[in-house]
Design a protein around this ligand. Structure first.
Ligand SMILES: Nc1ncnc2c1ncn2[C@@H]1O[C@H](COP(=O)(O)OP(=O)(O)OP(=O)(O)O)[C@@H](O)[C@H]1O
Length: 290
C-alpha cells in the first residue's frame, strides 16, 4: 500500500580510511512517495546511493527493501547484480550513461536483456524465434513504447540516443530504469543541467511515476524547485550525518538546513524561499488541473 515502508536504512555508516562519508544514518523511504536526499556538496548523498545499489558494501548498517508481497531483501548482503534484478531497485547516475550510438528504443530493449535472455532459454531461442521468446520480445517492445510515450520520446524511438537534446537524454535514462520494473527508483541529480522547461517536464514525469503501483522514488537533487515542488519527504545530510528528516514545509523553515545546505546570507535566504514557494505553487496548480 502507498505509504508503507519500502526502503529502510538503519544505522548506515561508510568509512573510507579515516574519512566517515556516511555517519550512523537511518531513514525510511515509503511506497508511492518521493523521498529526497539533500545536503551540501560532499555531504555523503552519492555514497548512500552507492551503498543502496551495491556499489559499496557499508562499513556498518542494514538496508532493507520491502516488497508488497511481504518479501524482504537485505541489500548489503546481496551481490550487486541481484539488487536491480531481485530486490527491484533501479538507479540513474549523475552523468548520463546511455548507449549513444544505439537508438532510443534499443536502449530500452537492452534494459530488458535479463527477461529476454530467460525467455530464450539462454540458448539460440532468440535467433530461432521460438514462441516464448517472440512473446517476451513483443512484451518488451510494448513496455518500451509505454515508457517512451510517458517521457514524450515516442517520436524519437528510431533516433540515436546520443542525438537527443540533453533534457530528453535525462528522461530516456529514467525510461530505461523504469523498463527494468523497479519498485524503488533511485535518481542521482536528474535535474542537473536542465533548463526550467525541462525541469518542469521532469517534475511531471516523476509525479506520474509516483502514481505507478508500488513505485517509490529516492532522489538526490540540488535543484530546490524540484525538491520542494514534488517531494513528500526530505532527508538532509551534512558531513555524512542526518540533520533533518521531515516534510518539505518543515525543512524549508529549518534554520539548521538553511545554514548547512543553502549556505547563503540572511537576505538571500528570503529570496530563495520566495522562489521555492512560487515553484511549489505552480506545480501543485498543474497537478490539480490534471
Ligand atoms: N570511493 C571513495 N574513496 C574515498 N573517499 C570517497 C569515495 N567516495 C566518496 N568519498 C568521499 O566521501 C565524501 C562524500 O562524498 P559523496 O560523493 O557521497 O558526497 P555527495 O553528497 O554526493 O556530494 P555531491 O553533491 O558533490 O555529489 C566526500 O568527502 C568524498 O570525497
Amino acid at each position: 500500500m502507498a505509504g508503507d515502508a519500502l526502503l529502510e536504512v538503519e544505522r548506515l555508516t561508510m568509512r573510507f580510511g579515516g574519512l566517515t562519508a556516511v555517519d550512523d544514518l537511518s531513514f525510511t523511504a515509503r511506497r508511492g512517495e518521493i523521498t529526497a536526499l539533500i545536503g551540501p556538496n560532499g555531504a555523503g548523498k552519492t555514497t548512500v546511493f552507492n551503498c543502496i545499489t551495491g556499489f559499496y558494501k557499508p562499513t556498518v548498517g542494514r538496508i532493507t527493501m520491502h516488497h508488497d508481497n511481504g518479501e524482504r531483501f537485505l541489500l548489503e548482503r546481496l551481490p550487486d547484480f541481484q539488487i536491480p534484478r531481485t530486490a527491484k531497485v533501479a538507479r540513474t547516475f549523475q552523468n548520463i550513461r546511455l548507449f549513444g550510438g544505439m537508438t532510443v528504443l534499443e536502449n530500452l530493449m537492452v534494459a530488458q536483456h535479463n527477461p529476454l535472455m530467460r525467455a530464450s532459454g539462454y540458448t539460440f531461442g532468440g535467433v530461432l524465434g521460438i514462441g516464448g521468446y517472440r512473446h517476451a520480445e513483443r512484451e518488451a517492445v510494448e513496455l518500451a513504447k509505454y515508457w517512451l510515450e510517458q517521457t514524450g520520446l515516442l517520436a524519437r524511438a528510431d533516433d540515436a540516443a546520443g542525438d537527443l537534446p540533453y533534457g530528453d537524454q535525462r528522461r530516456l535514462e529514467i525510461a530505461r530504469a523504469m523498463c527494468t520494473g523497479p519498485r524503488l527508483l533511485c535518481l542521482d541529480e536528474p535535474a542537473a543541467g536542465l533548463n526550467p522547461r525541462e525541469s518542469d517536464e521532469l517534475n511531471r514525469l516523476l509525479l506520474f511515476i509516483r502514481k505507478e503501483r508500488g513505485v517509490g522514488i529516492l532522489l538526490i537533487e540540488h535543484d530546490m524547485s524540484v525538491v520542494m515542488g514534488i517531494s513528500d519527504h526530505i532527508v538532509v545530510l551534512d558531513y555524512g550525518a542526518k540533520i533533518a528528516d521531515a516534510a518539505p514545509e518543515e525543512i524549508r523553515n529549518d534554520p539548521k538546513v538553511i545554514a548547512a545546505y543553502l549556505g547563503v546570507e540572511d537576505e538571500e535566504v528570503e529570496e530563495v524561499e520566495h522562489e521555492i514557494e512560487e515553484t511549489a505553487a505552480a506545480v501543485s496548480g498543474e497537478e490539480g488541473s490534471q
